[in-house]
Design a protein around this ligand. Structure first.
Ligand code: DPP
Ligand code: ZN
Length: 844
């Protein structure tokens, strides 16, 4: 397979002035006729090459005369006139047999599309690259009640409809949906007084009752983007469609967002508080793409973070505004430090803007998305809120309608602030997580902090240069009062010191407040100091982080030295738990322990080979000890956290339920599951029902409830995904593989449905102690199923191979077994380019 390089970028040799597409829908033989006005790009002449994959050419014409292009496996070339011309072609494709879920495919009888990144080439021959933008006019012919495409509807009749999207767009934003669907409709009046029709389309039936929350989230997002970024919607209609078979969460196609049903459909009975929060964030994310992604798109796929990093940052701001910024920041940091740091410190590490790829779908990663968002956050912290807003305004006016680059993005910040961002740009090109080592001293009223940064080598990058690191710092006096409010230190050199004058005594530093940079802070710190920060820090992130560090220390010592938990931890947690002035959602986060995978990483970083089973037992033991320690206050907290009145997913109520369910988790270790069983029986919403079931399964009880749950929800796909997932994640470690295998034999298991496949095998991969069972049975089971899935759906398969990315962390026996599985996968006949690239990099 061919490697594509950023440095080889060259514009396309032609402009497309308009694109007309006619679809004659038929499940296994859809015909697509294209008519495109083409004009040579005199500045960059090149061959007339159109991408095409799995499309059968029926005929082609240039200016009305038949032509015979040279067709290959990835496209066609054709002799073209020197001046403007009209290209026409008819192709045949088969949506019904398209199980890869890229291009035009069918999901439960509904025609739908997924074109990002390079799916449009599976629909027709076309220059399928984001810098080729054009106005699309689409006619759909098919005997189906709903026929949708991008833009505004222009006309329709019996069995046909036409759509015109006036905004030039790249092919990856094309969408078509056709089927027996019903709309949940509403409207929004924009800031300049334009009325926009809003619809969420679902299949007739129970899904109709699950649209209201998503619609509210859409309207809140539209308003927020006007208020906070001054961005107004730009079409007469905005459609969302829910489909059951989808590789990603959702897709921002212009005016026609297509969603994985799990990321839009919600009801109190079937969705948890975290489902609601995630749905709200994803609806916002896709909507925000209308400006950051669609109106301004990417020049090439190496610039993916230009739209994704920025749009994730925007959806994070939005979620913070809907509830608590502190809680959102902690949640985001947990995700980043567990998943992105894991990627950044393993064989799949790559820069936020990669420089080469074989299959671009493999770069829709946590690094591009979440680390990409961190870079925006750092930029904003460095330039300040007002300058950030000015820079964004300039970005929107200067680049509207462009296919832009990271250079364009940084230039608007340089132009508005006068800052030189040359060094900042290294964040986009250097992979790996910087380690920042800190020491301090105090003399004559001067407190000095000394920092040293160092980024370990990553694949293809042996040495790194110093990066700009904004380090937000506050200082506390020994009695716990803040003597230096948050200030941002700008670290630019490899080693750098900062001094604070006029202090009466040596202060306690609170470093990297609000997680101001995606780095690993290394500092000798006692548990007494951690407990002090847990109690006194005014920065909620660091308050939480001190507890997290303390918990990691307690767990590490219990695993490596068999030491009982430090009283500092137990007392600190108790104080947080009983402090009613603290947000319940925050308290719940403080109660949650590091994940098993996080502990494996922590031990590995400290030079110990992690034993996943020992980690599992240590975490379970600490939960029990904690439960015993706080036993007396649990009933009071439980009573305080009761939410009266009808269910609402708002942050306040969700926070109370979150703490109530953390408490339930502790309680169930003391009362043999009595409270959990009661909660399960009494629950009138999914958050409480599922938490009751989970608490029971975690203590190896709840068999009856699990069976009842399955019977109750058999007809609801999304709830059944939860059941499949929970059954595997909470199986005893030695039963995880057997449980996953047994579930694949359930009549409801369908490997072609990515949600269901992920529910079972994503849960197995996420069950650290079960996945790493010493016999290697889980590795082999997952390997076998990935090989099977690859023939059906390469994209989802490739993504799930990341279960093996940490293989070098473990002991030789486990390493050998994991490497064997990867090597067997690599040798699979007909392995996809997607999976081949991932496996190759992990073995590399
Ligand atoms: N659907 C994906 C996202 O919105 C890819 N654009 O992030
Ligand atoms: Zn996105």
């Amino acid at each position: 397979p061919q490697t594509i390089y950023l440095k080889d970028y060259r514009p396309f040799g032609y402009y497309l002035d308009d694109v007309h597409l006619t679809f004659r829908l038929a499940a296994s033989a859809t015909r697509v006729v294209s008519r495109i006005s083409v004009r040579p790009n005199v500045d960059f002449p090149g061959e007339f090459f159109l991408h095409g994959q799995d499309v059968k050419l029926i005929w082609a014409k240039i200016d009305g005369a038949d032509v015979t292009p040279v067709v290959s496996a990835d496209g066609l070339t054709c002799d073209a006139p020197d001046g403007p011309f009209v290209w026409e072609a008819e192709v045949e494709i088969s949506p019904a047999t398209n199980t890869a879920l890229e291009g035009l495919y069918m999901s439960n009888g509904v025609y739908c599309t997924q074109c990002e990144a390079e799916g449009f080439r599976k629909i027709t021959f076309y220059p399928d690259r984001p810098d080729v933008m054009s106005v699309f006019c689409v006619r759909i012919e098919g005997e189906l009640p709903v026929l949708l495409s991008n833009g505004n509807p222009t006309s329709h009749g019996d069995g046909w409809a036409e759509w015109l999207d006036p905004w030039p767009k790249p092919a990856y934003l094309f969408a078509l949906v056709a089927g027996d669907l019903v709309a949940h409709s509403d409207g929004f009046t924009t800031m300049s007084g334009k009325d926009v029709a809003l619809n969420i389309y679902v299949r007739p039936g129970p899904d109709e009752a699950k649209c209201a929350f998503g619609m509210g989230a859409l309207k809140r997002s539209m308003k927020w983007d006007e208020d906070v970024y001054g961005r107004e919607y730009d079409l007469d209609i905005f459609n969302i469609v829910a489909v059951d078979d989808f590789n990603m969460g959702a897709m921002e196609n212009k005016g026609l967002n297509i969603f994985n049903s799990s990321c839009v459909l919600a009801s109190p009975e079937t969705s948890t508080d975290s489902n609601f929060e995630r749905i709200e964030a994803i609806i916002a994310h896709e909507y925000f793409h209308n400006w950051t992604g669609n109106r301004i798109t990417c020049r090439d796929w190496f610039q993916l973070c230009l739209k994704e990093g920025l749009t994730v940052f925007r959806d994070q701001q939005y979620t913070g505004d809907q509830g608590s910024h502190a809680v959102k920041r902690i949640e985001d940091a947990i995700t980043l430090r567990s998943r992105q740091f894991r990627e950044d410190n393993g064989p799949l590490a790559h820069p936020v803007r990669p420089e080469s790829f074989i299959e671009i779908n493999n770069f829709y990663t946590i690094t591009v998305y979440e680390k990409g968002a961190e870079l925006i956050g750092m930029l904003k912290r460095l330039v300040g809120d007002d300058a950030y807003r000015k820079a964004l305004d300039l970005y929107f006016t200067r680049h509207d309608g462009d296919a832009a680059t990271i250079e364009d993005w940084l230039q608007v910040f340089e132009d508005t602030t006068g800052r030189d961002l040359t060094q900042f740009k290294r964040w986009y090109s250097q992979a790996g997580t910087p380690r920042v080592t800190v020491t301090d001293d105090f003399k004559d009223g001067v407190y000095a902090l000394h920092f040293e940064q160092q980024t370990p080598p990553t694949p293809g990058q042996d040495s790194k240069s110093a990066q700009v690191i904004p380090i937000a710092v506050g200082l506390l006096s020994q009695d716990g009062t803040e003597v230096q409010p948050t200030t941002v230190l700008e670290m630019t050199a490899t080693t750098q010191s900062f001094a604070f004058n006029g202090l009466a005594e040596k202060p306690v530093p609170s470093l990297l407040r609000d997680f101001s940079a995606p780095v690993i802070l290394q500092r000798d710190q006692t548990n007494v100091e951690r407990a002090f920060l847990m109690t006194h820090d005014t920065d909620p992130f660091n308050k939480w982080d001190a507890g997290d560090a303390l918990a990691k220390d307690v767990l590490t010592k219990s695993i490596t030295e068999n030491t009982a938990p430090d009283a500092a931890y137990l007392d600190g947690i108790t104080a947080i738990l009983r402090n009613d002035a603290l947000d319940p959602a925050f308290r719940a986060l403080c109660l949650s322990l590091p994940s098993e995978d996080d502990m494996a990483k922590a031990l590995h970083d400290a030079g110990t080979v992690p034993d996943p089973l020992a980690i599992h037992h240590a975490i379970e033991a600490l939960k029990l000890t904690t439960a015993q320690h706080v036993q007396d206050i649990l009933p009071r907290i439980q009573a305080d956290m009761i939410v009266d009145g009808p269910y609402s997913p708002d942050a306040k109520n969700a926070g109370k339920r979150s703490l109530a369910n953390s408490v339930l988790g502790l309680l169930s270790r003391l009362d043999d599951g009595a409270a959990a069983a009661k909660q399960y029986a009494d629950a009138d919403n999914m958050t409480m029902q599922l938490a009751g079931l989970a608490a029971l399964l975690r203590i190896s009880k709840g068999e009856d409830q699990s069976a009842a749950f399955r019977d109750q929800w058999r007809a609801d796909r999304l709830v059944m995904d939860k059941w499949f997932g929970l059954t595997v994640s909470l199986a005893a470690p030695d039963l995880a593989a057997d449980t996953a295998l047994r579930l694949t034999q359930e009549p409801d298991f369908d490997m072609k449905n990515p949600n269901r496949f992920r529910a079972v095998f994503g849960a197995l991969a996420g069950h650290s102690a079960g996945f790493h069972a010493p016999s290697g049975v889980s590795y082999r089971l997952l390997g076998d199923w990935l090989a099977k899935l690859d023939a059906i759906n390469p994209q989802t398969t490739a993504r799930m191979t990341t279960a093996f990315e940490t293989w070098r962390r473990y002991d030789v026996g486990r390493q050998d077994q994991m490497r064997d599985v990867l090597e067997t996968l690599a040798k699979t006949a007909g392995l996809s380019r997607d999976t081949g690239e991932m496996v190759g990099r992990m073995l590399g």
